[in-house]
Design a protein around this ligand. Sequence first.
Ligand code: MN
Ligand code: MN
Length: 317
Amino acid sequence: MNKQSILKAGQISQEVKKYAKSFIKKDTPLLEIAEKIEDKIIELGGKPAFPTNTSINEVAAHYTPSHDDETKAHGLLKIDLGVHIDGWIADTAFSLDLENSEENKKLIEASKSALDNAIKLIKNSLGENANNKNGSVEVVGMVADKGSLMTNQIGKIIQETIESKGFSPINNLSGHEMKQYDLHAGLNIPNIDNNKKMILSKGLYAIEPFATNGSGRVYEGKSSGIYMLLDTKNIRSSIAREILKFIEEEYSTLPFCSRWLVKKFGAKALFGLRQLEENGNLHHFPQLIDSGKGKVAQSENTILIDDEGIKVTTEED
Ligand code: MN
Ligand code: MN
């Protein structure tokens, strides 16, 4: 792992979050939000690790504006943004209530405190504090063994925190390990106690609780315009070939979106993308929607676990 790049990506994400919070208001066009965030990432010396997600209400994840999107910010808006330096990623998200709703504010608070409790549990189990203590440590009512932690214990504390506030975690969305140019690598960090006793070890992880007043399960909705490279196999169409080459060079194995390619190649990019999808070169992500049409709040931070301890890269200490 390249710690310097990981920390730099994290620092940029912190600044971009502050900037985003400063300008996003009710009725700000989602297209403007995504573009300003992505331009800021580049201005600060990073690259977007994936298209900025601007999912509203029951859409839990994977909504990014299309090149001609006219949707305006409203309701319960989740901003999920990624920064990378040479493929080393900072993945972070926050939620905003844009309709002055007590329920939205409680959902946001529930996802945020679930995230905070999960990180406290990790720090107390694996961090410096754990080494200075004997036996086990107690974190918000949960006892963790010193020096080791299972991913389902993180899920358990996320679930308990969200349920204690009267909401449900989304049980089929989870946090994830990250490796270079690999956004979802290795371990999953569940948002419920899924009984899978996988040991959390050194690495780079995104923890991302989702709280909802809906069903707590997402289904795959409409296409998102977010894609990822699957296979570089040859394709006959020359525009598709040109786009494929650009994707390989510019995004490698990180997600990208049709909006970015329309900017580079014009509207013909949409045609090329369809051909690449049909040819099996690309994976096209669906939007993820709460099946009870409940509102969804998300909070996410990236943590680095290494010999020096635990560092939240996407938030100030
Ligand atoms: Mn994210
Ligand atoms: Mn993530």
